[in-house]
Write a new protein. Structure first.
Length: 274
């Protein structure tokens, strides 16, 4: 039998980790002294430690590891847990790859690469006022990974309400603004559709007018929402390079129907400027 310290050293984990695994029933000691409560482990438990460590390294949660160890990989829920961890890892790799590309582009621009310092094609123009029907909900923060799960369900909800009321509508629109309530960590997501008529009220929706903008900088983003953050950064950099001042939160106008694959989406980014 091994003491908990020796077992932890051989298994290359911490004593605290072993104690936690015991508390949640993931890896119970072979023996616990009834008087001292001291844990002892058997040599045959070393492969168990190795399996848990390997699965944790792959991003599998402890609850899922417990299920896998109890039921084996042939059990559907165990298989789904592994597939979910694999998908999360793939998404993380793709996200970091895009971040690395932006990092390299930033470095090339900072080093004076003319190809990287050219501003993206934007237009400066007046944006007229627009009547919209929207819903506002709270997201944990900015960034597509926070915004996406919140804004996505809003559009079909607003669309269903407008269709039920027989009100014609146009492109989808969204505005993201910092939430000043609570601890100030959230983002208010206001999303819905531009209205083509003069509707005054729709049950469950906020019908209001987006004020016109005397001047705005506008850039067209093409492709997935996963890369839209980079387009916003490019737009803001271009505005500042022209000596303009950002005046308010930006707007996103979605010009492509939601049933079109995201890689073919066209989104108009509208940044109010002074």
């Amino acid at each position: 039998m091994y003491s908990i310290g020796r077992f932890a050293s051989i298994g290359r984990v911490t004593v605290r980790m072993l104690r936690h695994w015991d508390e949640i029933g993931l890896l119970v000691p072979a023996h616990v002294d009834p008087e001292t409560g001291y844990r002892s482990y058997a040599p045959a438990q070393l492969p168990d430690v190795d399996e848990i460590v390997r699965l944790r390294d792959l991003g599998v949660g402890l609850v899922d590891i417990g299920r896998i160890r109890r039921s084996g990989l042939d059990e559907p829920a165990s298989r789904r847990s592994l597939e979910a961890a694999r998908d999360a890892l793939r998404d993380s790799i793709e996200t970091e790859s895009r971040r690395l590309a932006r990092f390299d582009a930033y470095l090339r621009g900072a080093e004076g690469d003319p190809a990287m310092t050219d501003a993206p094609e934007i237009e400066f123009r007046l944006v007229p006022a627009q009547r919209v029907a929207t819903i506002t909900r709270r997201a944990a923060g900015f960034g597509s990974h926070n915004i996406g799960p919140v804004v996505g369900p809003i559009f079909p909800e607003v669309e269903a309400a407008l269709s039920a009321a027989g009100i014609p509508f146009g492109p989808a629109v969204a505005i993201y603004s910092a939430d000043e309530s609570g601890d100030g960590s959230g983002v208010l997501v206001t999303a819905g559709f531009q209205l083509e008529g003069d509707a005054e009220a729709v049950p469950g929706l906020d019908v209001h007018v987006l004020p016109g903008l005397e001047q705005a900088a506008i850039l067209t983003h093409r492709g997935s929402m996963e890369t839209i953050d980079a387009s916003w950064m490019a737009l803001i950099d271009a505005v500042r390079a022209r000596g303009a001042v950002l005046a308010d939160a930006g707007r996103e106008i979605y010009l492509t129907p939601g049933d079109v694959p995201q890689e073919r989406w066209v989104t108009r980014l509208v940044q109010p400027i002074a």
